[in-house]
Design a protein around this ligand. Sequence first.
Ligand code: FES
Ligand code: FES
Length: 132
Amino acid sequence: MYTEIVMDHFKNPRNVGSIENADGVGQVGNAKCGDIMKIYLKINDDIIEDAKFETFGCGSAIASSSMATELIIGKSINEAVEFSNKAVVEALGGLPPVKVHCSVLAEQAIKSALYDYAQKTNKVIKGLENYT
Ligand code: FES
Ligand code: FES
C-alpha cells in the first residue's frame, strides 16, 4: 500500500522540529481528519535556506512534510510558491488515493509560511496576492 520511500520518510523523517526566529511560519489543519501541520522557513535573500516541520498527523502527512521540506530547501520563494502536492506525491513514488489530502496539507502549509514571510517583509509574492 505504501512505497518504500513513504515508509522511509515516515520512519526517518527529515527536517523535524522548529526554527527559532523563523522568517515564515505556516500552520494548516484538515478539518476532516483533524491532522495539523506546521512549517517553519529560514529565508535569506528570498532563498529558502532551511525548512522544518511539526506534524501531528498520520504517517502520510509526516512523510509528505518530510519530503516537501527536502524539496523546497534551496529554492527561491518564487519557485516554492509554485510547489504543488503533486510534486510531493511524485517524489514519494505515489500515495494511496485516500491519503492524497495529506500531501495537500504540505502544499498549503508551505504557502501559508510564504505568506507569513511576505507579510513580515512587506513583499508581494507572485501567486499569493489574494492569499488569505
Ligand atoms: Fe488519524 Fe490522520 S486521521 S492520523
Ligand atoms: Fe489527514 Fe493524513 S489522514 S493528513
